[in-house]
Design a protein around this ligand. Structure first.
Ligand code: AMP
Ligand code: MG
Length: 424
């Protein structure tokens, strides 16, 4: 209980609250940029490309037909029409995938399918719909310009061209392009690994009976999911009671090399039994207030653990226990830090300005993140629930956070507000 009730942002020179931006910077600075690893294309979705991807092949790799039809010399069908069709003997059949394509002899046509190589000597494709579809001879009733329905080698992508630049977030089209160019794997930024640990003697695991005075543990489960949704990996540890020795013992066992961040919830505010604050104060983690609501009490730093094999300590961010405070703190401080560490080009949630539906009061000097429901078509947002930070029901129905600057004390109905899009 020793340090409870005191504030200790040493960098702020005392107990002055940090701004949201200051604490966000402090948390982000705990995480180092992750290295590159090669993953199969099937595992590349959502990852950030670590190196420019250069193609070793051209796309298309060879001149090929854009239509099912007949490969011809354009000059030989120049006069063809419905009224005066041209009939040519069919020299060969060229399905897609044929690799030994015979030359087109003058005065003949080859039957050819979409994606099959253009035979040497041919310079145009007549679509099958403009012919009698013959297999011995073909009667062609339309002229074709030179180059008609021919897809040229390299017209999409040249060999040696940079296809995707480092920092690209990989989704279906980018991964499809990598496959089209023959890459079986991609170099992506490693996912940070996060330990999630909840504290509180009142906590009980969901699925078991509750006694009066107990609640179900929800932050750990929620934060582990949020970590994974942010693109990192999470190990959810069993929650611990408000017992400093038990808490320290878990960290000593689990916070070892390979852990990029320990994320705790609960035990950081101004009461007694603030287990996280009591256990970590003086060991490299600083606690104090951030001028925001919810999520005022915060802590962060590099925890020194004897014998953990981690020279400069393990990065720790300690989030408050109220579920809304916990998840909002994650959104504001931890998610952007994890994504920045993975080289994400836009670590932050997208922000849009819309009109507030209903007026809101906000305490002076604290930046507020209220839970909102956006009406994108109307360009409005309405608050759901209240400012109270235990209302996880309202949190679950919200799709955005309404960001009210610290100096604003009231937003009137219809005034513009910034909202962070959580579903995007
Ligand atoms: P604390 O920050 O530990 O003082 O907790 C603040 C409030 O959040 C209390 O009402 C706790 O019961 C609640 N709380 C703390 N941790 C959790 C958790 N892991 N899951 C659900 N509620 C929690
Ligand atoms: Mg607690």
């Amino acid at each position: 209980m020793s340090a409870s009730g005191s504030t200790s942002w040493s960098s702020a020179g005392g107990s002055a609250p940090r701004t949201v931006a200051e604490h966000a910077k402090a948390v982000a600075s705990l995480l180092v940029a992750t290295a590159s690893e090669d993953v199969p294309l099937s595992e590349a979705s959502g990852r950030v490309l670590a190196r420019d991807l250069t193609s070793v092949v051209a796309l298309p790799p060879f001149d090929n037909s854009a239509m099912d039809g007949y490969a011809v010399r354009a000059a030989e069908v120049a006069g063809a029409s419905e009224a005066s069709p041209v009939t040519l003997p069919v020299g060969a059949d060229i399905p897609a995938g044929r690799t030994d394509v015979p030359t087109l002899e003058p005065g003949t046509a080859h039957r050819i399918m979409t994606g099959a190589p253009i035979p040497h000597g041919a310079d145009a494709i007549v679509p099958v719909e403009r012919t009698d579809a013959g297999t011995e001879t073909v009667t062609i009733s339309a002229a074709a310009d030179a180059g008609a329905h021919v897809r040229h080698s390299g017209e999409d992508t040249a060999a040696g061209q940079v296809l995707l630049t480092a920092g690209t977030v990989l989704a279906a089209p980018q991964i499809g392009l990598a496959a089209a160019c023959g890459s079986a794997t991609l170099a992506v930024r490693r996912r940070p690994h996060v330990l999630v640990l909840s504290t509180g003697s009142e906590l009980v695991a969901p699925g078991t009976p509750l006694e009066h005075g107990q609640i179900y543990e929800s932050n750990g489960t929620m934060l582990a999911v949020a970590v994974r949704e942010a693109g990192a990996t999470a190990e959810l540890l069993s929650f611990v009671p408000d017992d400093v020795d038990r808490f320290r013992a878990v960290l000593a066992e689990k916070a070892v090399a390979g852990v990029d961040l320990v994320l705790t919830s609960g035990g950081v505010s101004a009461g007694a039994y603030e287990v996280v604050k009591d256990a970590l104060t003086g060991n490299g983690v600083e606690f104090g207030k951030v001028a925001m609501q919810p999520g005022g009490p915060q802590g962060a730093g590099r925890l020194r653990l004897d014998g953990a094999g981690v020279e400069d300590g393990v990065a720790v961010a300690t989030l408050p226990g109220n579920p809304v405070s916990s998840l909002v703190s994650f959104e504001v401080f931890v998610r952007p830090a994890l994504r920045a560490a993975m080289g994400h080009p836009s670590p932050e949630r997208p922000v849009v300005s819309v009109r507030l539906d209903g007026a809101l009061g906000s305490p002076a000097g604290r930046r507020q993140f209220r839970r909102g429901v956006l009406d994108a078509r109307a360009g409005t947002v309405a608050e759901i629930g209240t400012a109270a930070s235990h209302l996880i029901g309202a949190l679950a129905r919200a799709d955005c956070l309404i960001d009210i600057p610290a100096e604003v004390e009231r937003v009137e109905d219809g005034e513009p507000v910034d909202v962070w899009l959580l579903d995007a």
